[in-house]
Design a protein around this ligand. Structure first.
Ligand code: MEV
Length: 327
């Protein structure tokens, strides 16, 4: 039996635009998904305990055609099962054990579909745990690549390498197309996260941006402008010039809102954080609901978020320099 964990992330800059080849800078945070893999005679048994789901167990012996008994929102469960199926398929392929059976237990501190990279963290940890259980040790880079193949398959080709690379490697990373690297010299950033208790559908949100981008030149320019923000942001990363960084976060949020991926509750939390004294704030991840990230060295934004109707949880998050690891 092997347990591995991998971190969630926030996007400092660049979500959505990264899907079209612009750069992005996600940062791993100290909120982890842990996956335990145990080899069994045949099939796949999955137990999941997640913050946004009361906890459910899915048990079946088939592959994708399994019809599990569901006690939670069916689409979330089906997506979760899809990620785990594909992650296990990757481990079976690397070990050349196509029929290996698994019991998989997932425990996560990361709310599902809320912009904190829950699916990437689960997939990365699952590939690591399941392949180790079959006696194969992959490098974090190999895991990142295989986890990307999983997200790509489950999200119908609507995925960049950003979430999976960040979760596998940890720290702050820069992703531009297939060029993925860790950014050195980034110390802890004063991240404050607000969570509205909701979730967005990444596939739908990415498809919406794609449609706007194809329809209007100014939407394509907006995506390009997000890339410009990232390039500008790189020059302040590694400094403690949070005012400049915050200004870029604000700009990035405005452009994401123009692309239709913000929501009333995300906007309310962004404004509450700013009015509470944050240097800047933006939604993080696919949007539609879920989380915002603010930069604030004081307690102001955190307090303001805690009093904001629609904000279900607010907390500080530390940069996690560890990527995937065996527990
Ligand atoms: C989702 O966490 C981030 C998006 O940019 C999609 C992706 O990069 O795969 C919206």
């Amino acid at each position: 039996m092997v347990t591995s964990s991998a971190p969630g992330k926030v996007y400092l800059f660049g979500e959505h635009a990264v899907v079209y080849g612009e750069p992005a800078v996600p940062c791993a945070i100290e909120k982890r998904a842990r996956v335990t893999a145990r080899e069994i005679d045949e099939g796949l048994r999955v137990h999941v305990d997640d913050l946004t789901l009361d906890g459910y167990t899915v048990e079946y012996t088939g592959e994708d055609d399994g019809h599990p008994d569901l006690e939670a929102d069916e689409s979330l469960v089906r997506a979760g099962v899809g990620y785990i199926n594909e992650a296990v398929a990757q481990a079976r392929a690397v070990a050349d054990r196509p029929d290996a059976g698994f019991e998989i237990v997932v425990e996560s501190d990361i709310p599902l579909g809320a912009g904190l990279g829950s699916s990437a963290a689960v997939v990365v940890a699952a590939i690591d745990a399941a392949s180790r259980e079959l006696g194969v040790e992959l490098t974090p880079e190999e895991i990142a690549d295989r986890a990307y193949q999983v997200e790509y398959a489950v999200q119908d080709g609507q995925a960049s390498r950003a979430d999976t690379f960040c979760s596998a490697m940890g720290g702050a990373v820069r992703v531009e197309g297939d060029d993925c690297r860790r950014i050195g010299g980034v110390g802890n950033l004063p991240f404050v996260i607000g969570y509205d208790g909701g979730a967005g559908d990444t596939g739908e949100l990415v498809a919406g941006v794609r449609q706007l981008r194809e329809e209007y030149d100014f939407a394509a320019d907006t995506v390009g402008a997000i890339g410009d923000i990232v390039r500008e942001g790189e020059s302040v990363l590694g400094t403690d010039d949070y005012d400049s960084m915050g200004e870029l976060l604000n700009f990035n949020h405005g452009l994401l809102a123009a692309l239709g991926v913000s929501s009333r509750s995300l906007d309310a939390m962004v404004w509450a954080a700013r009015e509470g004294g944050a240097a800047g704030a933006k939604l993080t991840g696919a949007g539609g609901g879920g989380c915002i990230v603010a930069l604030d060295e004081t307690d102001g934004a955190l307090t303001a978020l805690r009093y904001t109707p629609g904000c279900e949880d607010a907390f500080r998050a530390e940069l996690d320099t560890d990527g995937v690891r065996r527990e």
